[in-house]
Design a protein around this ligand. Structure first.
Ligand code: AMP
Length: 398
């Protein structure tokens, strides 16, 4: 079975074609600048790469070009479109409308479009556009919506509720939904496999640390709490997102800066986080270079990030009543040893014995153990693979 995984953004469309028997990526690539002059598809297959500079005024043309690339004489990996058994679409937000991976039908698409756009206005409309474009080009191929939020659907009420009027929660669905669910699901199940245990036997804290960061408590293979909230603005401070902040401070700031409600939220999403603290960059490589050069605000941003992440690890160990494993993943989690060391420093009381030398080792794309052999709590670096989870979920649904 071959599954095409599609991750559509407002002006981009990333894809992977995965052979489910071997779970090998047969082809991958991405269209950029869809609807903007200068659109381009960079595609890989058969160990080769090809760049298509072609006008892509919309997502339909983009997906047509992707299908063409998949059948290309040089980089192509299939002969006919019929070889694609299904398409799995990444969707950021589900609200309470979808608890799990869902087959696309006209009703499902209608619910996605009518109910969920306001929950993720930057992401969900793009996903729906991607689904519609694929449906036009491949009308008979089954398609699934795979939600970033699904893995968090097992959170108990006490974890996902905010302390607001219950009737407002009922009427408007304002509660914690979380994000990065496919990544947390993947790395927690990989951790169990690596440790030779069943997921049911483990209490794991997964730290997805990237441009957006979230931390999840996975107890017995199920999410019981996560740091992101109603939207991906909550939790630790991120590249440009503030993370958790007192709502009164938001109103105060908005008044002082003369911002509307919407502009204040945009400010918290785009102008804050480590970029706002450092005044230098949202990229951790720049922050580390800044700190090494004596920049105090870069040092502060890095300190805040590690401190806030560490606090979630501690809180989730308490919530689960124990801890067997901490997992680091995503851009920062996989590539930035100093952040991992700072997060784990002082966690000896929980049973973490950190292996500094192993932590400094090269990222070779494999799972790496960065705790000592006798550490009660295992600390692992696990490369995430959200596309594979989307493909697996789609295959399972079929
Ligand atoms: P992500 O959102 O998961 O792609 O993570 C992106 C962030 O990871 C970047 O903003 C960097 O701060 C950080 N990072 C650190 N080292 C690397 C690296 N070698 N490759 C990619 N990202 C890195």
């Amino acid at each position: 079975m071959k599954i095409l995984v599609v991750n559509a953004g407002s002006s981009s469309l990333k894809y992977q074609l995965i052979d489910m028997e071997t779970e090998k990526v047969l082809a991958k690539g991405g269209c950029e600048r869809i609807g903007i002059p200068g659109s381009v598809l960079k595609a890989k297959g058969n160990g080769q790469e090809k760049v298509y500079e072609k006008d892509m005024p919309n997502h339909k043309i983009a997906i047509e070009l992707v299908l063409h690339a998949l059948r290309d004489k040089g980089i192509g990996v299939i002969k006919s479109m019929d070889e694609i058994d299904a398409v799995g679409h990444r969707v950021v937000a589900s609200g309470e409308y979808f608890k799990k991976t869902t087959l696309v039908t006209p009703e499902v698409l209608k619910t996605l479009e009518e109910k969920t756009f306001e929950l993720a206005p930057l992401h969900n409309p793009a996903a729906a556009t991607g689904v519609r474009a694929c449906k036009e080009v491949m009308p008979n191929t089954p398609m699934a919506l795979v939600f970033d939020t699904s893995f968090h659907a097992t959170m108990p009420e006490k974890a996902y509720m905010y302390g607001i009027d219950y009737e407002d929660y009922k009427q408007y669905g304002v509660r914690k939904y979380g994000a990065h669910g496919t990544s947390h699901k993947f790395v927690s199940s990989e951790a169990a496999k690596y440790l030779g245990k069943k997921p049911e036997q483990l209490k794991i804290v997964t730290c997805h640390l990237g441009n957006g960061s979230s931390i999840t408590a996975v107890d017995g293979g199920k999410c019981i709490d996560t740091s992101m909230g109603f939207t991906p603005l909550a939790g630790v401070l991120m590249g440009t997102r503030s993370g958790d902040i007192d709502a009164s401070a938001v109103e105060f700031l908005a008044k002082k800066k003369g911002l509307s409600h919407a502009d204040a939220v945009t400010y918290l999403n785009k102008k804050c986080g480590v970029a706002g603290i450092s005044g230098v960059s949202s990229d951790f490589r720049d922050l580390i270079a800044g700190e090494e050069g004596g920049n105090q605000r870069c040092a502060l941003a890095l300190d805040m990030f590690a401190y806030q992440t560490k606090k979630f690890v501690g809180a989730y160990a308490a919530a689960m009543g124990g801890l067997d494993c901490i997992v680091f993943t995503a851009g920062i989690g996989e590539n930035t040893p100093t952040v991992r060391a700072d997060v784990c420093e002082g966690l000896e009381f929980l049973g973490v014995k950190f292996d500094k030398k192993a932590n400094e080792g090269k990222n070779d794309g494999s799972i790496r153990e960065i705790s000592t052999k006798d550490s009660k709590v295992k600390v692992l670096v696990i490369p995430t693979n959200e596309e594979l989870v989307i493909a697996r979920e789609t295959a399972e649904l079929l």
